[in-house]
Design a protein around this ligand. Structure first.
Ligand code: SF4
Length: 200
């Protein structure tokens, strides 16, 4: 290996240069047998424990079905079963439904507990029209579904579905609270299938 007299630096031949380069590479290889630890590993763990990924539809439907607020609209005897369902033994507050609203504008669920007469029908329709969107209807009891024992009467509406769109029918005269709870679960199921794309 020669030394440049002017600069005092070594002058490498081509072969020496190749050897020096090979040495450097071998040395790097020897030091690179293990992957360098990921400094962001803690972040992966944080994300795994704290971040949930879901769709807008799922979140919206979950919020809607978990906070249904029924409006007061109980024209006849099925109302007592509805009241029993809301009371402590059965308890609809576990579904976020304990706030039964006197104002239709603060309600999104109509549980039609009782016989409906034609004379009352316009008022029920008005309550429905004033409820917040999106809104749902559960027809509770034989009278709400078909007029029940009064179906042939001149004064009784043969089913609430003549007046408002019904989502879930709960049969019985009267249906027990367990039946109404089952109907509420069916409505939850129906709401969970909704999509904002379809709603436009
Ligand atoms: S279904 Fe039976 S309990 Fe319910 S409102 Fe009609 S008559 Fe009364």
């Amino acid at each position: 290996m020669e030394v440049d007299e002017r600069t005092g630096l070594y002058i490498y031949s081509d072969t020496e240069l190749d050897r020096a380069e090979g040495k450097a590479i071998e040395s790097l290889k020897a030091r690179s047998q293990q992957a360098i630890p990921d400094p962001d590993k803690w972040l992966e763990e944080e994300l795994r424990r704290n971040v949930l990924l879901t769709s807008v539809d799922f979140m919206l439907n979950w919020a809607r079905r978990s906070s249904l607020w029924p409006v007061i609209c109980f024209p006849a005897c099925c109302a007592f079963e509805l009241i029993a369902t809301a009371a402590s033994r059965f308890d609809i507050s576990r579904f976020g439904m304990e706030i039964i609203r006197a104002s239709p504008r603060q309600a999104d669920l109509m549980i039609t507990a009782g016989t409906l007469t034609w004379k009352m029908a316009p008022q029920v329709r008005r309550i429905y029209d004033q409820m917040a969107e999106p809104k749902w209807v559960i027809a509770m009891g034989a009278c709400a579904i078909s007029g029940g024992t009064f179906a042939q009467s001149y004064s009784v509406v043969p089913g609430y579905n003549r007046i408002v769109p019904v989502d879930v029918y709960v049969p019985g005269c009267p249906p027990r609270p367990e039946a109404l709870l089952y109907g509420i679960k069916m409505l939850h199921h129906k709401i969970s299938k909704k999509s904002i794309i379809v709603e436009g």
